[in-house]
Ligand binder design. Structure first.
Ligand SMILES: O=C(O)C1=C[C@@H](OP(=O)(O)O)[C@@H](O)[C@H](O)C1
Ligand SMILES: C=C(OP(=O)(O)O)C(=O)O
Length: 456
């Protein structure tokens, strides 16, 4: 079993769980009865990594309060540090680690190599920053990262006049030959494989001499809330951004204001815990739920009731209650047909939920999640089928027909959300063993500790 340094410090990967075999992985705990738990989750990956980039390009020092500390955010910090940004950790007020002061470089400098790990935000948000630096910057990442599409970012930068070498054509590794300036202007690109191609260019665009007029040319555009998040973080720093029509964004050139920001909890990382209440019975409350947010995880408030759950929001606490048991004594979970094109990152956890419903579910609009940490459509089909489940891959989605499941191995494919999905299945099925639970450290190093706290 792979153990990353991002495992929660108090987590013994071989576990208190006596049934865990050291080489076989993490035996997911079964819920012995209804859950009744109140939990806090750490900061949002998507917000932390946007604020880190903007803070590095800002006109003075910024402070991030309650940022996420995880593999993805530390890779982002390392990447920006390699280009000359300085960071100072300061004691934080919340329970999940330090605050962070970001001191922008007087002049960004390349002549370095950046490890993107498996972080889409690092591989798509940092190349424009490297183009604003002087000297060549080479980007590479995990083996699985080399399979993730980069064409939109690479072609977008080329259209802006940036010189890049990409021997593997639209994939990592590649080198950005930064000249310290980007002229900017009109760019057309196809972002149907990832919204991050758009977000990455928009985040740096105020520093381009002419800003950007970015037009998406493909037929589909996934994960729109993530682009709205980008636009909102830009506006908060005084940048003029407009979207004159669907699929087009205009950013005016200008200074990026240095500000202090409080990072919201990661609502997509709240998903496995909220789904757990529906699968195992009982209720789970997440604290610190923002009143208003651009995070796609906020959609859980409306998505989970589609499966029969009851959701209640009181001030900053969101509580999910399991449905009443069905007449047959079952869980009372309903199947749901959902277009999840906006919420691709929620799909794996929702598939686990659908597997315990009393009828079939169909999730569509999610062909692009084949390009996430792993091919999530194939991975979900393989792992659930391996436990006796019935999941079929559609052209742009999945059809899940509930079937009796049995224990067995669950491969995570280095994908944090596949790992948490295995944990959800294991709440209701004895003997589910996740091969690499430590990969949850990509965005939630405290996952197993919080999972145990939830079940305590
Ligand atoms: O910009 C972001 O922070 C993200 C955008 C989305 O990517 P895709 O558009 O590639 O789905 C999302 O799935 C990912 O988890 C985070
Ligand atoms: C797709 C995801 O991550 P990334 O930011 O690496 O694209 C995810 O977290 O579900």
């Amino acid at each position: 079993m792979q153990i990353s340094k991002y495992s929660a410090p108090e987590f013994d990967p071989y576990g208190d769980n006596r049934q865990t075999e050291p080489d076989a992985g993490w035996r997911a705990p079964v819920a012995e009865g209804p859950i009744d738990s109140v939990l806090a989750v750490p900061g949002s990956k998507s917000l932390t990594n946007r604020e880190l980039v903007l803070a590095a390009l800002a006109d003075g020092p910024s402070t991030l309060h309650a940022p996420l500390w995880s593999r993805d955010s530390e890779l982002m910090i390392d990447a920006l540090r390699a280009l000359g940004t300085r960071f100072e950790r300061m004691p934080g007020q919340g329970g999940f680690g330090d605050d962070l002061r970001v001191l922008p470089a007087d002049e960004l400098l390349g002549s370095t190599t950046i490890d993107c790990g498996l972080a889409g935000t690092v591989m798509r948000f940092v190349p424009p920053v490297a183009a604003l630096a002087l000297g060549p910057t080479t980007f590479d990442g995990d083996e699985a990262a080399r399979r993730r599409p980069m064409g939109g970012s690479i072609e977008g930068l080329r259209a802006l006049g940036v010189d890049l070498d990409d021997n593997r054509r639209g994939a990592l590794p590649f080198t950005v030959h930064g000249t310290g300036r980007i002229e900017g202007g009109l760019v057309e690109l196809d972002a149907s494989a990832s919204s991050q191609f758009v977000s990455g260019l928009l985040l740096s665009a105020a520093r381009f001499e002419r800003g950007i007029d970015l037009r998406h040319t493909g037929e589909r555009l996934p994960s729109l809330p993530h682009i709205e998040m980008t636009v909102e973080t830009l506006r908060r720093r005084g940048i003029e951004v407009s979207s004159p029509e669907v699929g087009r964004w205009v950013v005016a050139p200008g200074p990026i204001r240095a500000i202090d920001v409080h990072v919201e909890p990661d609502l997509s990382n709240a998903a496995p815990f909220l789904v757990a209440a529906v699968v195992a019975g009982g209720r789970v409350t997440i604290t610190g739920w923002p009143e208003r947010t651009t995070q796609v995880g906020a959609q859980l408030e409306h998505l989970l009731p589609r499966f029969g759950a009851r959701v209640e929001r009181v001030e900053d606490r969101l509580t999910v209650h399991a449905p009443d048991p069905g007449a047959d004594g079952g869980r009372g979970i309903r199947g749901a047909d959902l277009d999840l094109s906006e919420a691709g990152e929620l799909v794996p956890n929702l598939v686990a939920l659908a597997a315990f419903a009393d009828g079939p579910s169909t999730f569509t609009g999610i062909g692009h999640i084949r390009h996430h940490e792993t091919d999530r459509l194939a991975a979900l089909v393989a792992e659930l089928t391996g436990l006796g489940g019935d999941v079929r891959e559609l052209e742009d989605g999945l059809q899940i027909t509930p079937a009796p499941l049995h224990g067995g191995g669950w491969r995570a494919y280095a994908d944090h959300r596949m790992a948490t999905t295995g944990a959800i299945v294991g709440l209701a099925v004895d003997g589910v063993v996740v091969d690499d639970i430590a990969c949850t450290g990509k965005t939630l190093p405290q996952f197993t500790a919080l999972w145990e706290q939830m079940l305590a």
